[in-house]
Design a protein around this ligand. Structure first.
Ligand SMILES: Nc1ncnc2c1ncn2[C@@H]1O[C@H](COP(=O)(O)OP(=O)(O)OP(=O)(O)O)[C@@H](O)[C@H]1O
Length: 590
């Protein structure tokens, strides 16, 4: 019920839809009670006394009731549908909004398939239950109550006899529910693992093919498909057993009624019309019992779905703004970044970075070098406040970034990451992503600086070329150049190049970097690179190892001292150094 109470806030505004929908369903149910009475009148007052002149009026009454009932049912469906759709619409928007604001920490462990199923299957279950299921459960109660009252007015003895069968029917229905519910849950899990297999296979199709793992993938899918099939067959078997059992039980009550009711008619304590009316009323009692298992199952499933959706909506966001965050305008920002004894760990793991200190005055270039997993990207993530630091402080223009508005901070930073994400839209939209009122000239200028203009113009549709999901149809280097153009267009005070030129060849890297020299002017730039050629012009280079700064200084200083920087230099410049030595030797010899 707590789930319902929480969901209530999402449809409370339209609660009249719920009330009206229930009201019309109750009216339709009440109108249904007219049929058995009409039958009674037909037999007792028309057929037996042979008053056939009343037949047309009775037929017209039946027609009127049918039309009226159909109208009520339509209105119930109409308002129920509106309510369910309104709720699903609000929940979908709320979930999507939540997904936008959830912290990076959440996404570190989130599963795409699971999130997708919350936004689709679970929302659908909630929509159905609030729109229809809830009213149906109330209606079941109404049918039993209305039906029993009506029966009482005819014969209390027969009514009690009918009601005696109810516990038995309810018992079977509940037993069925307790079996079908886990079967359905198992089916959902099996389906989820099936869709995950498909999703991962499509996403990782290149890896699968390069390892020639197609037969293994087919086998994996087939096993999961087999599990899904077995679950479906199990559920179908349960269903097919349920109905005959319920039918037999219901027939037993019908037989009992026939025996006892028939005797009462013979003894003239019940009219024939009343007995026939009783027989049609019995479905008012048995019908809801048949549906009991289904409705309870529907309720528990929707409740579980509601919990899953609410769990997402109630997930705490760990990076939050202070009560009164400082909002800085781009024009006021100078881009002075300082890290003061910053230490940070992901979850309960060992710190990813420990005691990081540096000062990056406006317009300076800071380079990071270090082996894989040494903490370079983590430093950048912390600067963007993707995570809160565990200790120490990160400052922008002397102000701790945790006191700043998150949007205001991030809008000062443009990043180009190792992995480029392009939206399935035109190249133009991808370059101008997140920016308003950008002219085509500005886009072209940024693309030219990123050395992307020429290859874009080679496409027949130029900047209007639509790139597919994950930037299909473009090479790694081309995607990266589009991402660089996107960052340059943002015109930020702080530029982050996280292995930004890793996917382009040396020559293009050189070209892009000469473009960078121009755009980096006046911006504080952080460069993460594996190639020394990308870092040699930095004002300060920090060499990291296992999250700690092990060397720092300028390129010219670092190559002089033995240490990791010199080692990397010696490896990357082996040819160059050997050539230098050869030339020096030749000069000495000559
Ligand atoms: N999202 C995350 N959740 C948990 N641990 C993480 C996460 N990201 C990185 N780490 C861990 O933090 C440490 C530093 O990782 P980081 O990505 O900063 O290294 P890096 O120097 O940028 O490496 P690379 O050059 O391979 O990109 C590693 O031990 C890594 O396993």
């Amino acid at each position: 019920m707590d789930v319902l109470r929480q969901l209530q806030t999402f449809f409370w505004e339209k609660r009249t839809y719920l009330l009206v929908s229930i009201l019309f369903l109750a009216l339709a149910t009440a109108l249904g009670l007219v049929y058995p009475n009409l039958l009674r009148i037909l037999i007792d007052d028309v057929i037996v006394p042979r008053n056939f002149e009343d037949v047309p009026i009775l037929a017209l009454t039946v027609l009127g009731v049918v039309i009226l009932k159909a109208g009520m049912q339509f209105l119930h469906g109409f308002f129920g549908g509106r309510l369910g759709n309104y709720l699903a619409y609000r929940l979908r928007n709320a979930c999507y909004e939540k997904l936008q604001f959830l912290s990076f920490r959440y996404y570190d462990t989130a599963k795409t398939g699971d999130l997708m199923s919350r936004l689709t299957g679970d929302l659908e279950a909630i929509r159905n239950f609030i729109g229809f299921g809830f009213a149906q459960i109330l209606n079941m109660v109404l049918m039993v109550v209305f039906g029993a009252i009506m029966m009482m007015t005819m014969s209390w003895k027969l009514t009690l006899l009918t009601l005696v069968c109810i516990p038995l029917l309810a018992f079977v229905a509940l037993r069925f529910e307790s079996k079908i519910h886990p079967a359905f849950q198992e089916m959902r899990l099996a389906l989820s693992s099936l869709t995950t297999a498909v999703q991962e296979n499509i996403t990782g199709v290149r890896t699968v093919k390069s390892f020639a793992r197609e037969p293994y993938e087919v086998e994996k899918f087939s096993t999961r498909n087999e599990r899904y099939k077995t679950n479906q067959i199990h559920a179908a078997t349960l269903w097919s057993r349920y109905f005959p059992v319920m039918e037999i039980l219901a027939s037993v009550s019908v037989v009992l009624l026939l025996v006892v009711g028939g005797r009462m008619v013979i003894q003239q304590t019940l009219t024939l019309g009343e007995l026939v009316a009783f027989f049609s009323l019995i479905w008012y009692i048995i019908g809801p019992m048949w549906g009991l298992g289904f409705h309870i199952n529907n309720y528990t499933q929707s409740k579980a779905s509601g919990e899953r959706v609410l769990e997402l909506l109630n997930t705490p966001v760990d990076v939050v703004e202070t009560e009164d965050p400082v909002i800085v305008e781009s024009e006021q920002v100078r881009g002075h970044v300082t890290f003061e004894s910053v230490t940070f760990a992901y979850g309960n793991k060992m710190p990813a970075v420990t005691d990081i200190n540096f000062d990056a005055p406006p317009g300076s270039v800071i380079g990071f070098l270090g082996g894989t997993g040494s903490g370079k990207s983590t430093i950048i993530q912390l600067l963007m406040r993707a995570y809160n630091v565990n200790s120490g402080a990160i400052k922008l223009d002397g102000r701790n970034i945790k006191d700043m508005g998150i949007r205001s901070l991030r809008s000062q930073i443009a990043s180009v990451f190792q992995e480029t994400f392009l939206f399935s839209s035109s190249i133009r939209n991808n370059i101008s992503y997140g920016l308003k009122n950008v002219t085509m000239d500005e886009i072209i200028r940024a693309a030219k600086l990123a050395k992307a203009h020429d290859f874009i113009m080679e496409f027949p549709e130029g900047y209007d070329t639509v790139v597919g999901e994950r930037g299909m149809g473009l090479s790694g280097g081309q995607k990266q150049r589009i991402a660089i153009a996107r960052a340059l267009l943002k015109n930020p005070k702080i530029l982050v190049l996280d292995d930004a030129t890793s996917a382009v060849d040396m020559e293009t890297e050189h070209e892009i970097q000469s473009g960078f020299q121009e755009v980096m002017r006046g911006r504080t730039t952080f460069i993460i690179a594996h190639r020394i050629s990308s870092l040699r012009h930095a004002d300060e280079i920090l060499v990291l190892d296992e999250g700690r700064v092990v060397q720092r200084g300028k390129h010219t200083e670092l190559i002089q001292v033995p240490g990791p920087y010199q080692d990397v230099y010696n490896i990357q410049y082996a040819d160059y150094i050997a050539r230098g030595k050869r030339e020096a030797g030749e000069q000495v010899n000559s």
